[in-house]
Design a protein around this ligand. Sequence first.
Ligand code: SF4
Length: 206
Amino acid sequence: MAIVYRAKGNIYLNLTNRCSSDCCFCVAGFSSGIYGYGLRLESEPEVDEVLHDLEAEFLEGPAAEVVFCGFGEPTMRLDAILKITEWLKLRRIPSRLDTNGHGSLINPGRDVPGELARAGLDRASVSLVAHNSEVYNQLSRPVFSKAFRAVLQFAAGCIKEGIKVRLTVVDLPEVDIEACRSLAKKMGADFYVRPLISAGSEETED
Ligand code: SF4
């Protein structure tokens, strides 16, 4: 079971297995890990434990960036993200949050983009999933109603706070890729189409 793992020149952090979506394309639906690491947690790690493992990992060599990712939605542990991001910022280590964009729904009453920016988060990769709420709900099966609108607001909020944002979609027939690309462009975000990872396929998530 890995809390800190390395792939593609980055270090990834697996803080939680909880999620507010149940995406039809989620790797956790058919695999217990990725890149050869087991990502099913027995319990969620404390911040001190993560920082200890992170320090040990950096002794093995540098990384292009540290990514909050893993098998779950990282903003389920917003306070842990903030503390770890501050730790990274102090050391001038670039950070990225891979998120389903539900951060403000999961943490109501908080200015999540603002808090992330003040902690020093550099980049956010936000899973747009689809071009409209109907297809979004069909593919992502979120626990929240109006999640699609919240994802767009979260991404726009991050951009406003100076966090560099990338919107991502998975290459599925239901998704209008060009409409998603144009949404990203209008917002001032980068755009990335992920190949579908299925059981037995190459692991290509970044
Ligand atoms: S948001 Fe991510 S972790 Fe959550 S179900 Fe979807 S793909 Fe899986």
